[in-house]
Design a protein around this ligand. Structure first.
Ligand code: SF4
Ligand code: SF4
Ligand code: SF4
Length: 479
């Protein structure tokens, strides 16, 4: 008996396990109701949460944060779903997109627009590059922190309605999954954080694709079918080699008659994926913005660090005697001024170390490895938030509006729930995550640059990790 595996088998084993070989998973992905039924259930849940949060403002005498923790909508969306989504994206890639209700909304509105013969345009390349998403993401940062969207349920419900309206509008006016490709405010985050995800859709044998005459996975006539479609995101499944834009929707798997598509479970940051040596400008600006935001988020768990980080914006707000502008000044500081200062310092450092490329070129080369460290900081902060908010869940199910719970806790009649894990333990786990992220970021930089990184590239990664580590270790200090 010949026990030597064929070269193709060895190659496929190194790429990971094909989950479609698991009967339950295969049946699920090939089911006509997938992913629509899951998306519809999540859409119904979203509508219920919008209703729960509708016109619910913080009651007098109750802290905004406490009310956000007790209202079911703000608790589920900001306290639990958002941190979990960041974790899921970093570890599994764009798995959330697989079942996202907004994709269903834009899909249905696109079909309605086609039915009514609206003139639906293809997405301009500059929109598909993420230029609008950067602006939307920045705008949302201002709204989230400046208008306290996360803390006031009524604003959260308006925000969600706005997202649904944007998905409908872009679905009506554009074609080919335009909302996901050019307008979803978290599209760049999913693309940046999900690159190393363990779930990936990839073609199997290249020979099978070359021999395939139908090419159903890319044929335009299959694109607008209800199910078993050619890639609705206009990707080319036979040569797909990264996770940037694939939503894991499974349509190419369903439509491939030779059964040559695979749903792989691989090691994180698979070496088989293609890497860009330089990020696009929208992605670079996104990583810069989010690096400042995550730095700010990490300080929020350590009062002294937060005081230092916010000293300048607080001084400015006092100096111009405009306390109402304080939160907007803070967001501008964290997401614009601090990133510009830090990334300019990285440029200066690179120059001192003999790196001759322009500042823009350095930023673009640095963005994707840096995104790994930023994602590490983000999931560390997400863990801290999740463990301190999750204990409110039983109360929120009993009293979804949160009015009575918040009033009882504020009045001392009810004890707030204790965090699921102690702060020192969370600090240690967070530090391990950030250190692990550095290892992966260095590897990403090496793989993207064919082994030639240099100290000008690695110094910013080391410095950012050192600051993140310092902050996470500080969480363990007594308040
Ligand atoms: S890109 Fe945005 S809207 Fe589209 S599926 Fe992913 S999360 Fe949902
Ligand atoms: S339909 Fe399947 S076999 Fe044909 S080109 Fe697409 S992925 Fe390859
Ligand atoms: S490549 Fe396949 S799984 Fe990915 S978005 Fe296109 S159809 Fe969906």
């Amino acid at each position: 008996m010949n026990t030597t595996p064929r070269a193709e088998e060895v190659e496929q084993r190194a790429e990971g396990v094909n989950l479609l070989r698991v009967p339950g998973v295969r049946a699920l992905i090939l089911w006509r109701g997938f992913p629509y039924v899951f998306q519809a259930v999540l859409l119904a849940t979203l509508l219920v949460l919008i209703a729960v949060a509708w016109r619910r403002y913080t009651p007098p005498g109750v802290a905004q944060k406490l009310y956000a923790q007790t209202n079911l909508a703000t608790l589920l969306i900001w306290g639990l779903w958002w941190p979990a989504m960041v974790w899921i994206t970093v570890f599994l890639g764009r798995a959330w997109c697989m079942v996202c209700p907004l994709e269903l909304v834009s899909n249905v509105s696109e079909r309605i627009g086609r039915r009514f013969r609206l003139r639906q345009r293809p997405l301009h390349l500059w929109i598909a590059s993420g230029a609008v998403i950067v602006v939307l993401y920045a705008l949302i940062q201002f709204l989230v922190a400046g208008a306290e969207i996360r803390r006031v349920p009524a604003y959260t419900s308006l925000f969600l309605i706005g997202l649904l309206a944007l998905a409908v509008l872009t679905g009506l006016l554009f074609r080919d999954r335009a909302f996901c490709r050019g307008f979803c405010p978290i599209g760049l985050l999913l693309s940046a954080y999900g690159r190393g995800g363990m779930l990936a859709v990839r073609a199997g044998s290249g020979e099978a694709c070359r021999a395939c005459t139908d090419k159903n996975c890319i044929r335009a006539c299959n694109r607008y079918k209800a199910d078993g479609r050619s890639c609705p995101s206009l990707l080319n499944p036979p040569v797909l080699n990264d996770n940037k834009e694939c939503l894991l929707c499974g349509q190419c798997i369903k439509v491939c008659e030779p059964d040559n598509m695979r749903l792989l479970l691989r090691r994180p940051f698979s070496a088989n994926d293609a890497r860009d040596a330089a990020a696009s400008w929208p992605m670079t600006l996104f990583v810069m913005t989010v690096s400042g935001f995550v730095l700010w988020e990490l300080t929020t768990e350590w009062a002294t660090a937060q005081k230092v980080f916010l000293a300048v914006p607080r001084w400015i707000s006092q100096y111009v005697s405009a306390p109402s502008l304080s939160s907007h000044v803070t967001v501008f500081w964290a997401t614009v001024v601090v990133p510009l200062l830090i990334w300019s310092f990285f440029g200066l450092l690179a120059r001192l170390l003999g790196h001759n490329a322009s500042l823009g070129a350095l930023w673009r080369r640095l963005a994707l490895p840096m995104a790994v460290i930023v994602a590490g900081g983000h999931i560390a902060k997400g863990l801290a938030k999740f463990v301190s908010w999750a204990g409110f869940l039983p109360y929120a199910f009993e009293d979804p509006s949160g009015f009575e719970t918040a009033a009882a806790i504020s009045g001392g009649l009810l004890q707030p729930p204790v965090p699921l894990l102690s702060k020192p333990f969370v600090a240690v786990v967070a530090a391990v995550i950030v250190a692990g992220a550095l290892f992966l970021a260095m590897r990403e930089a090496r793989l993207a640059n064919h082994g030639k990184t240099g100290f000008a590239m690695t110094a910013p990664l080391l410095l950012t990790t050192a600051v993140f580590l310092f902050l996470t270790i500080g969480w363990a200090l007594p308040a």
